[in-house]
Design a protein around this ligand. Sequence first.
Ligand code: 2AM
Length: 177
Amino acid sequence: MGHASAHPQRVRLFVGLWPGEAVRDEIVDHARAWVWPPQARLTHRERLHLTLCFLGELPAQRIPEVVERLPVRFEAFELRLGRAEVWSGGQAVLRPLAVPGALQMLHDRLGRALRWHAAPWLPRRSSFAPHVTLARDVRAALPPPHVLPIAWPVTGYTLIESDLRPPARYRVLYEYP
Ligand code: 2AM
């Protein structure tokens, strides 16, 4: 594809939590317990994540600026994923039972750090509904009646590039700490 063109390359970025292998396995097991309609598009195992801060599209040469702003105070915490929901946009999500203070603070700190230089368009106040998207194009999906909470020890966060060119994939650009 004519990617190396006169136009500066743009990248779609977000900061998120990237589960380890064991947590991925548990989320996949959980997703198997849903009843999915035929048109449901399930998130591939290796793409499962939780977004902290969506930066949108920016020129690739600004990645170092974003990385420079990325280190914020971080305390490890544990998430307990246990709320399975279908959102009106046709999105099936798995959410933490509670939003730990450390998660909310991390979201707020990243917002402040990135808004200033890297992404001035970030909303000053955004409602934060942390979730892992399990599937899209879900009109009628049935979550399992009982969800055994998945313990997810969070030890850091990542800067991820969402490359939409087929085959769409995520690339971890930077891990912190
Ligand atoms: P979603 O899973 O709820 O769709 C890459 O697309 C990640 O960024 C996904 O986690 C997606 O959330 C999130 N995302 C995409 N567009 C967004 C937007 N406009 N605002 C907030 N998050 C967004």
